[in-house]
Design a protein around this ligand. Structure first.
Ligand SMILES: C[S@@+](CC[C@H](N)C(=O)[O-])C[C@H]1O[C@@H](n2cnc3c(N)ncnc32)[C@H](O)[C@@H]1O
Length: 346
Protein backbone atom coordinates (compact mmCIF):
# COMPACT_ATOMS: atom_id res chain seq x y z
CA UNK A 1 0.00 0.00 0.00
CA UNK A 2 1.33 3.42 -0.95
CA UNK A 3 3.07 5.13 1.91
CA UNK A 4 2.48 2.26 4.35
CA UNK A 5 5.26 1.77 6.90
CA UNK A 6 5.76 -1.16 9.21
CA UNK A 7 7.30 -1.53 12.61
CA UNK A 8 10.58 -3.56 12.42
CA UNK A 9 8.76 -6.64 13.68
CA UNK A 10 6.06 -6.38 11.00
CA UNK A 11 8.34 -5.27 8.20
CA UNK A 12 8.67 -7.88 5.47
CA UNK A 13 12.09 -6.52 4.54
CA UNK A 14 13.37 -5.87 8.06
CA UNK A 15 15.69 -8.86 8.02
CA UNK A 16 16.74 -8.75 4.41
CA UNK A 17 19.93 -7.44 2.95
CA UNK A 18 18.58 -4.43 1.12
CA UNK A 19 19.55 -3.00 -2.25
CA UNK A 20 18.78 0.42 -3.67
CA UNK A 21 16.22 0.11 -6.46
CA UNK A 22 17.53 0.04 -10.02
CA UNK A 23 14.08 0.57 -11.57
CA UNK A 24 13.21 3.29 -14.00
CA UNK A 25 12.44 6.54 -12.23
CA UNK A 26 9.66 8.77 -13.36
CA UNK A 27 10.06 12.34 -14.43
CA UNK A 28 8.75 15.46 -12.73
CA UNK A 29 8.07 15.82 -9.01
CA UNK A 30 7.23 12.19 -8.48
CA UNK A 31 10.78 10.86 -8.56
CA UNK A 32 10.03 7.30 -7.51
CA UNK A 33 7.15 5.17 -6.33
CA UNK A 34 6.49 4.99 -2.61
CA UNK A 35 7.78 1.44 -2.54
CA UNK A 36 11.01 2.38 -4.33
CA UNK A 37 11.51 5.28 -1.97
CA UNK A 38 10.90 3.12 1.06
CA UNK A 39 13.46 0.54 -0.09
CA UNK A 40 15.98 3.28 -0.94
CA UNK A 41 15.69 4.80 2.51
CA UNK A 42 15.83 1.44 4.22
CA UNK A 43 19.10 0.64 2.53
CA UNK A 44 20.71 3.69 4.07
CA UNK A 45 19.04 3.81 7.45
CA UNK A 46 17.73 1.48 10.04
CA UNK A 47 13.97 1.42 9.80
CA UNK A 48 12.92 1.50 13.41
CA UNK A 49 9.89 2.44 15.38
CA UNK A 50 11.38 4.78 17.97
CA UNK A 51 12.36 2.89 21.08
CA UNK A 52 12.49 -0.51 19.46
CA UNK A 53 15.80 -2.06 18.49
CA UNK A 54 17.26 -4.13 15.71
CA UNK A 55 20.20 -6.35 16.57
CA UNK A 56 23.64 -4.82 16.13
CA UNK A 57 24.81 -7.22 13.47
CA UNK A 58 21.84 -6.36 11.28
CA UNK A 59 22.46 -2.64 11.84
CA UNK A 60 26.08 -2.85 10.82
CA UNK A 61 25.26 -5.00 7.83
CA UNK A 62 22.67 -2.41 6.79
CA UNK A 63 25.11 0.45 7.32
CA UNK A 64 27.74 -1.32 5.22
CA UNK A 65 25.19 -1.96 2.51
CA UNK A 66 24.13 1.65 2.67
CA UNK A 67 27.70 2.81 2.23
CA UNK A 68 28.19 0.98 -1.00
CA UNK A 69 24.69 1.21 -2.41
CA UNK A 70 24.22 4.92 -1.77
CA UNK A 71 27.51 5.65 -3.50
CA UNK A 72 26.94 3.23 -6.37
CA UNK A 73 23.32 3.98 -7.18
CA UNK A 74 22.98 5.00 -10.79
CA UNK A 75 19.55 6.11 -11.87
CA UNK A 76 18.05 5.61 -15.33
CA UNK A 77 19.58 7.82 -18.00
CA UNK A 78 16.27 9.55 -18.80
CA UNK A 79 15.95 10.66 -15.20
CA UNK A 80 14.71 14.19 -14.86
CA UNK A 81 14.64 15.57 -11.35
CA UNK A 82 13.44 18.86 -9.94
CA UNK A 83 17.00 20.11 -10.04
CA UNK A 84 19.73 18.14 -11.76
CA UNK A 85 20.59 14.75 -13.09
CA UNK A 86 22.18 12.31 -10.68
CA UNK A 87 25.05 10.14 -11.96
CA UNK A 88 27.64 7.91 -10.31
CA UNK A 89 28.34 8.87 -6.68
CA UNK A 90 24.91 10.50 -6.41
CA UNK A 91 21.48 9.24 -5.50
CA UNK A 92 17.87 10.22 -4.96
CA UNK A 93 18.80 10.89 -1.34
CA UNK A 94 20.57 14.04 -2.50
CA UNK A 95 17.36 15.58 -3.84
CA UNK A 96 14.88 17.61 -1.84
CA UNK A 97 11.98 16.05 -3.77
CA UNK A 98 13.03 12.70 -2.31
CA UNK A 99 12.91 13.97 1.26
CA UNK A 100 9.65 15.89 0.76
CA UNK A 101 7.95 12.74 -0.47
CA UNK A 102 9.55 10.60 2.25
CA UNK A 103 8.34 12.91 5.03
CA UNK A 104 4.81 12.97 3.57
CA UNK A 105 4.82 9.22 4.10
CA UNK A 106 6.32 9.56 7.56
CA UNK A 107 3.72 12.14 8.56
CA UNK A 108 0.89 9.92 7.34
CA UNK A 109 2.41 7.03 9.26
CA UNK A 110 2.73 9.15 12.38
CA UNK A 111 -0.90 10.27 12.15
CA UNK A 112 -2.20 6.75 11.52
CA UNK A 113 0.04 4.71 13.80
CA UNK A 114 1.96 7.19 15.99
CA UNK A 115 5.30 6.00 14.56
CA UNK A 116 8.22 8.40 14.82
CA UNK A 117 9.93 7.24 11.62
CA UNK A 118 13.56 6.56 10.78
CA UNK A 119 16.37 6.55 13.30
CA UNK A 120 19.22 7.18 10.92
CA UNK A 121 22.16 4.82 11.62
CA UNK A 122 20.10 3.15 14.39
CA UNK A 123 19.49 3.76 18.07
CA UNK A 124 22.94 2.55 19.19
CA UNK A 125 24.66 5.21 17.10
CA UNK A 126 22.22 7.87 18.30
CA UNK A 127 22.81 6.89 21.95
CA UNK A 128 26.58 7.00 21.41
CA UNK A 129 26.40 10.40 19.73
CA UNK A 130 24.30 11.78 22.60
CA UNK A 131 26.43 10.53 25.50
CA UNK A 132 29.71 11.35 23.72
CA UNK A 133 28.53 14.89 22.86
CA UNK A 134 27.34 15.45 26.41
CA UNK A 135 30.73 14.57 27.90
CA UNK A 136 32.56 16.56 25.20
CA UNK A 137 30.51 19.66 26.08
CA UNK A 138 30.98 19.26 29.84
CA UNK A 139 34.74 18.77 29.32
CA UNK A 140 34.99 21.87 27.14
CA UNK A 141 32.87 23.84 29.64
CA UNK A 142 35.54 23.07 32.23
CA UNK A 143 38.22 24.38 29.91
CA UNK A 144 39.44 20.92 28.99
CA UNK A 145 40.08 20.58 25.26
CA UNK A 146 40.36 16.92 24.15
CA UNK A 147 43.80 15.89 22.81
CA UNK A 148 45.39 18.89 24.52
CA UNK A 149 46.50 17.07 27.70
CA UNK A 150 45.05 16.93 31.20
CA UNK A 151 41.96 15.21 32.47
CA UNK A 152 38.66 16.93 33.26
CA UNK A 153 37.58 16.83 36.91
CA UNK A 154 34.58 14.62 37.69
CA UNK A 155 31.50 16.81 38.30
CA UNK A 156 28.13 16.39 39.95
CA UNK A 157 24.99 15.88 37.85
CA UNK A 158 23.80 19.36 38.87
CA UNK A 159 27.09 20.89 37.74
CA UNK A 160 26.86 19.00 34.41
CA UNK A 161 23.33 20.32 33.85
CA UNK A 162 24.48 23.84 34.63
CA UNK A 163 27.22 23.52 32.02
CA UNK A 164 24.92 22.02 29.38
CA UNK A 165 22.21 24.64 29.74
CA UNK A 166 24.77 27.22 28.53
CA UNK A 167 25.14 25.50 25.14
CA UNK A 168 22.82 26.67 22.38
CA UNK A 169 22.27 23.78 19.98
CA UNK A 170 21.39 23.65 16.28
CA UNK A 171 20.58 20.32 14.64
CA UNK A 172 20.99 20.65 10.86
CA UNK A 173 18.68 18.44 8.78
CA UNK A 174 16.90 17.40 11.94
CA UNK A 175 14.41 15.02 10.27
CA UNK A 176 12.05 13.81 12.99
CA UNK A 177 13.95 15.82 15.62
CA UNK A 178 14.54 12.86 17.93
CA UNK A 179 18.23 13.72 18.39
CA UNK A 180 17.13 17.02 19.94
CA UNK A 181 14.64 15.28 22.21
CA UNK A 182 17.50 13.10 23.48
CA UNK A 183 19.78 16.12 23.99
CA UNK A 184 16.97 17.79 25.93
CA UNK A 185 16.72 14.74 28.22
CA UNK A 186 20.47 15.11 28.92
CA UNK A 187 20.12 18.72 30.12
CA UNK A 188 20.56 20.87 26.99
CA UNK A 189 17.84 23.53 27.02
CA UNK A 190 18.39 25.91 24.09
CA UNK A 191 17.57 23.63 21.17
CA UNK A 192 16.76 24.43 17.52
CA UNK A 193 16.19 22.00 14.66
CA UNK A 194 16.13 22.94 10.98
CA UNK A 195 15.39 20.99 7.82
CA UNK A 196 14.74 22.09 4.27
CA UNK A 197 11.77 19.74 4.05
CA UNK A 198 8.57 21.20 5.48
CA UNK A 199 7.27 17.68 6.13
CA UNK A 200 10.27 16.94 8.35
CA UNK A 201 9.59 20.04 10.42
CA UNK A 202 5.86 19.18 10.71
CA UNK A 203 6.82 15.70 11.87
CA UNK A 204 9.48 16.92 14.33
CA UNK A 205 7.09 19.51 15.77
CA UNK A 206 4.24 16.99 16.08
CA UNK A 207 6.51 14.51 17.87
CA UNK A 208 7.92 17.17 20.18
CA UNK A 209 4.37 18.32 21.06
CA UNK A 210 3.26 14.76 21.69
CA UNK A 211 6.31 13.88 23.78
CA UNK A 212 6.30 17.07 25.86
CA UNK A 213 9.34 18.86 24.38
CA UNK A 214 7.75 22.26 23.86
CA UNK A 215 11.14 23.89 24.52
CA UNK A 216 12.57 22.71 21.16
CA UNK A 217 12.22 25.17 18.26
CA UNK A 218 11.84 23.82 14.73
CA UNK A 219 11.98 25.74 11.48
CA UNK A 220 12.21 25.15 7.76
CA UNK A 221 15.66 26.23 6.59
CA UNK A 222 18.07 25.11 3.88
CA UNK A 223 21.54 24.96 5.41
CA UNK A 224 23.03 25.97 2.07
CA UNK A 225 20.97 29.19 1.96
CA UNK A 226 20.33 29.66 5.63
CA UNK A 227 18.08 32.44 6.89
CA UNK A 228 19.22 31.95 10.49
CA UNK A 229 20.68 35.13 11.89
CA UNK A 230 22.13 33.82 15.12
CA UNK A 231 25.11 31.69 16.07
CA UNK A 232 25.14 28.47 18.11
CA UNK A 233 27.66 26.92 20.47
CA UNK A 234 26.93 23.39 19.30
CA UNK A 235 25.94 22.33 15.80
CA UNK A 236 24.87 18.73 15.26
CA UNK A 237 24.68 16.92 11.92
CA UNK A 238 23.65 13.28 11.68
CA UNK A 239 23.42 12.18 8.05
CA UNK A 240 22.76 15.60 6.52
CA UNK A 241 26.16 16.25 4.93
CA UNK A 242 25.93 12.68 3.62
CA UNK A 243 22.62 13.54 1.94
CA UNK A 244 23.97 16.84 0.59
CA UNK A 245 26.99 15.04 -0.85
CA UNK A 246 24.70 12.70 -2.83
CA UNK A 247 23.27 15.61 -4.85
CA UNK A 248 24.57 15.83 -8.45
CA UNK A 249 26.36 19.03 -7.39
CA UNK A 250 27.56 17.35 -4.19
CA UNK A 251 31.20 18.61 -4.25
CA UNK A 252 30.14 22.27 -4.62
CA UNK A 253 27.32 21.88 -2.12
CA UNK A 254 29.73 20.42 0.43
CA UNK A 255 31.89 23.54 0.21
CA UNK A 256 28.75 25.68 0.65
CA UNK A 257 27.89 23.54 3.65
CA UNK A 258 31.22 24.19 5.42
CA UNK A 259 30.95 27.86 4.62
CA UNK A 260 27.46 28.06 6.11
CA UNK A 261 28.35 26.02 9.22
CA UNK A 262 31.40 28.21 9.83
CA UNK A 263 29.05 31.22 9.98
CA UNK A 264 26.46 29.54 12.21
CA UNK A 265 28.99 28.28 14.76
CA UNK A 266 30.02 30.78 17.41
CA UNK A 267 33.79 31.15 17.97
CA UNK A 268 34.79 28.38 20.38
CA UNK A 269 31.70 26.41 19.35
CA UNK A 270 31.69 22.78 18.26
CA UNK A 271 30.36 20.89 15.26
CA UNK A 272 29.58 17.20 15.88
CA UNK A 273 29.12 15.45 12.57
CA UNK A 274 28.07 11.83 12.07
CA UNK A 275 28.53 10.23 8.66
CA UNK A 276 28.20 6.81 7.09
CA UNK A 277 29.62 7.88 3.73
CA UNK A 278 32.92 9.31 4.97
CA UNK A 279 35.53 8.11 7.42
CA UNK A 280 36.92 10.26 10.20
CA UNK A 281 40.12 10.82 8.18
CA UNK A 282 38.14 11.88 5.10
CA UNK A 283 36.12 14.39 7.11
CA UNK A 284 39.29 15.76 8.72
CA UNK A 285 40.87 16.08 5.25
CA UNK A 286 37.77 17.83 3.88
CA UNK A 287 37.92 20.34 6.72
CA UNK A 288 41.64 20.81 6.18
CA UNK A 289 40.97 21.57 2.47
CA UNK A 290 38.31 24.08 3.51
CA UNK A 291 40.77 25.69 5.95
CA UNK A 292 43.46 25.92 3.26
CA UNK A 293 41.00 27.50 0.83
CA UNK A 294 40.10 30.11 3.44
CA UNK A 295 43.76 30.83 4.22
CA UNK A 296 44.41 31.36 0.49
CA UNK A 297 41.42 33.73 0.21
CA UNK A 298 42.59 35.66 3.29
CA UNK A 299 45.86 36.43 1.48
CA UNK A 300 44.24 37.86 -1.63
CA UNK A 301 44.35 41.67 -1.93
CA UNK A 302 40.56 41.72 -2.28
CA UNK A 303 40.05 39.88 1.04
CA UNK A 304 37.42 41.38 3.33
CA UNK A 305 38.14 42.03 7.05
CA UNK A 306 36.28 38.83 7.96
CA UNK A 307 38.25 36.81 5.43
CA UNK A 308 41.54 38.28 6.69
CA UNK A 309 40.92 36.75 10.13
CA UNK A 310 41.51 33.30 8.62
CA UNK A 311 45.13 34.21 7.83
CA UNK A 312 46.19 33.16 11.33
CA UNK A 313 43.07 31.28 12.42
CA UNK A 314 41.63 28.81 9.92
CA UNK A 315 37.90 28.31 10.54
CA UNK A 316 37.95 24.77 11.96
CA UNK A 317 40.19 22.60 14.08
CA UNK A 318 39.80 18.84 14.59
CA UNK A 319 38.90 18.13 18.22
CA UNK A 320 38.06 14.47 18.73
CA UNK A 321 36.13 11.53 17.34
CA UNK A 322 34.12 8.59 18.65
CA UNK A 323 36.45 5.63 19.12
CA UNK A 324 33.92 3.09 20.35
CA UNK A 325 32.12 2.17 17.13
CA UNK A 326 32.78 -1.43 16.10
CA UNK A 327 35.66 -1.61 13.62
CA UNK A 328 36.44 -4.01 10.78
CA UNK A 329 39.51 -4.80 8.73
CA UNK A 330 39.46 -4.17 4.97
CA UNK A 331 42.44 -4.25 2.61
CA UNK A 332 44.83 -4.09 5.55
CA UNK A 333 43.18 -0.99 7.02
CA UNK A 334 41.01 -0.75 10.06
CA UNK A 335 37.82 1.28 9.78
CA UNK A 336 34.33 1.67 11.17
CA UNK A 337 31.12 2.04 9.24
CA UNK A 338 29.95 5.19 10.96
CA UNK A 339 32.17 8.12 11.93
CA UNK A 340 31.38 10.85 14.45
CA UNK A 341 33.88 13.70 14.48
CA UNK A 342 33.95 16.97 16.42
CA UNK A 343 35.49 20.17 15.04
CA UNK A 344 36.14 23.34 17.01
CA UNK A 345 35.29 26.71 15.45
CA UNK A 346 38.38 28.86 15.92
C1 LIG B 1 19.75 11.11 6.50
S1 LIG B 1 18.52 12.23 6.97
C2 LIG B 1 18.98 12.51 8.65
C3 LIG B 1 17.87 13.07 9.50
C4 LIG B 1 18.25 13.32 10.96
N1 LIG B 1 19.43 14.15 11.06
C5 LIG B 1 18.46 12.03 11.70
O1 LIG B 1 19.60 11.71 12.03
O2 LIG B 1 17.48 11.31 11.91
C6 LIG B 1 19.09 13.74 6.16
C7 LIG B 1 18.22 14.93 6.47
O3 LIG B 1 18.84 16.09 5.94
C8 LIG B 1 17.85 16.92 5.40
N2 LIG B 1 18.55 17.79 4.43
C9 LIG B 1 19.21 17.42 3.32
N3 LIG B 1 19.75 18.48 2.70
C10 LIG B 1 19.46 19.57 3.46
C11 LIG B 1 19.73 20.96 3.35
N4 LIG B 1 20.42 21.46 2.31
N5 LIG B 1 19.27 21.77 4.32
C12 LIG B 1 18.55 21.29 5.36
N6 LIG B 1 18.24 19.99 5.51
C13 LIG B 1 18.68 19.12 4.56
C14 LIG B 1 16.82 15.96 4.81
O4 LIG B 1 15.56 16.55 4.61
C15 LIG B 1 16.82 14.87 5.90
O5 LIG B 1 15.89 15.18 6.90
Amino acid sequence: MAGMRFSPEESPEANQHLQLPQQQLQTGREVASDDDRSVAADSWSIKSDYGSTLDDEQRHADAAEALSSAANFRPASDYSSDKDEPDAETSMLGLQSYWDAAYLDELANFREHGHAGEIWFGTDVMDTVISWTKSLCTDVSQGHIPNHGGEPKPQSVEQDEKYLSCWSVLDIGTGNGLLLQELSKQGFTDLTGTDYSEGAIDLAQSLADRDGFSNIKFLVDDILETKLDRQFQLVMDKGTLDAIGLHPDGPIKRIMYWDSVSKLLAPGGILVITSCNHTKDELVQEVENFNQRNIAISQEPSATKDQETHRDHPPFQYLNHVRTYPTFMFGGSVGSRVATVAFLRN
